[in-house]
Design a protein around this ligand. Structure first.
Ligand code: NDP
Length: 338
């Protein structure tokens, strides 16, 4: 069983060598009487929160750290080979928590969902129809309380979550601007995902001036994916009673000390609601989300871009691409096609 094993806790920028390609063994049958299941992994999801799991545990955290010497685990799409659980049987396709290896023993099948709509591209269950999709849905509709015509800004806008938030906001009739880190991504935002405007934050000397250019009347909703100096500039440009949904702060994940934010007093003066959220609290909404989004996908009213890397051995480099911005859309690792 080929595996990607976590070497040791990481400080600073993660490296490929922090994840080691090795071979282990696995029994492809579950023990008699066990509720576990054995799966063959098809697609693995690379997600920014995995960087937080590489850190040494240091007090209470929202996710467990990886265990040095054990395979990395995360979200993926898999096929059930054997199951002791009444809800799953051989041949079922599932998405949810699995390992970075060819085959995995899933001892807690309550962390996986059965895939009912197998006519969709299966890799979508790492993105659009999986955890990032639900993040975009819950974050935008539940946390941002959007209204038609509002001014919406999204950072890391071309990524797994951002590209969806922008399209959801357009469906709602909002004015939508995104920031991303390359010309190719800006083109996608404007020409593929239908954002009204987009800019490359790496080419802006003054983020405050850039935001003023696109939002002369200010921002009602900021979907926060990056943190740091972008958040500071956004605070200056929020409108009265604006909402900031704090989904993530990827610019801070590899820093030993987070960057200072200087404009927080704007929360008071402009009566802004800034709210952090975790998708794990919204899993009960998954069926509703799926029912809502499937028709839009089928009618091509929502599109999705994935960045697929072939081969388990390339999973470490795929994960690191998230932090260099090399990924164009949802970063997926293809382990096997069926
Ligand atoms: P993406 O697909 O957007 O990939 C990460 C992107 O972040 C990169 O492509 C890069 O794009 C950008 N980035 C990387 N480093 C920096 C930096 N230093 N400054 C600014 N941008 C940077 O990832 P996801 O869509 O999966 O995740 C987006 C955010 O959502 C993350 O913060 C993540 O932690 C969060 N998240 C939160 C969840 C929750 O439950 N709250 C659930 C899922 C995700 P670019 O070229 O534009 O710089």
């Amino acid at each position: 069983n080929k595996q990607i094993v976590f070497r040791d806790y990481v400080t600073g920028f993660p490296k490929e060598a922090d994840m080691v390609h090795t071979t282990g063994t696995i029994r492809l049958k579950v023990e008699e009487g066990s509720k576990a299941m054995v799966v063959k992994n098809l697609y693995l999801s690379c997600d920014p929160y995995m960087r937080n799991r590489m850190a040494k545990p240091d007090g209470p955290s929202y996710v467990d750290s990886f265990t040095p010497g054990s395979p990395i685990n995360g979200f993926g799409v898999a096929k059930v080979l054997d199951s002791g659980h009444p809800d799953f049987k051989e041949g079922d396709l599932v998405w949810g928590g699995t390992g970075w290896e060819e085959y995995s023993l899933i001892s807690a099948p309550e962390t996986v969902f059965k895939i009912a709509h197998t006519d969709m591209p299966l890799s979508y269950y790492t993105g659009l129809l999986g955890m990032p999709g639900l993040t975009a849905y819950a974050g935008f509709y539940e946390v941002c309380s959007p209204k038609k015509g509002e001014y919406v800004f999204i950072s890391a806008a071309s990524g797994a979550v951002g590209q969806l938030v922008g399209q959801f906001a357009k469906l709602m009739g909002c004015y939508v601007v995104g920031s991303a880190g390359s010309k190719q991504k800006i083109d996608l935002l404007k020409n593929k995902f239908g954002f009204d405007e987009a800019f490359n934050y790496k080419e802006e000397q003054d983020l405050n001036a850039a935001l003023k250019r696109y939002f002369p009347e200010g921002i009602d909703i900021y979907f926060e994916n990056v943190g740091g100096s972008m958040l500071d500039a956004v605070l200056l440009n929020m409108r009265l009673h604006g909402r900031i949904a704090v989904c993530g702060m990827i610019s801070q994940y590899n820093l030993d000390k987070p960057e200072g934010i200087y404009n927080l007093f704007c929360l008071v003066t402009k009566r802004i609601r800034m709210e952090g959220f975790l998708v794990f609290d919204y899993y009960h909404m998954y069926p509703k989300f799926q029912q809502w989004v499937l028709p839009y996908i089928k009618e091509w009213k929502i599109v999705y871009i994935e960045d697929k890397i072939e081969g388990l051995a390339n999973a470490p480099s795929a994960l690191i691409r998230l932090f260099t911005g090399k990924n164009i859309g949802k970063q997926v690792v293809v382990v096997a096609l069926e």
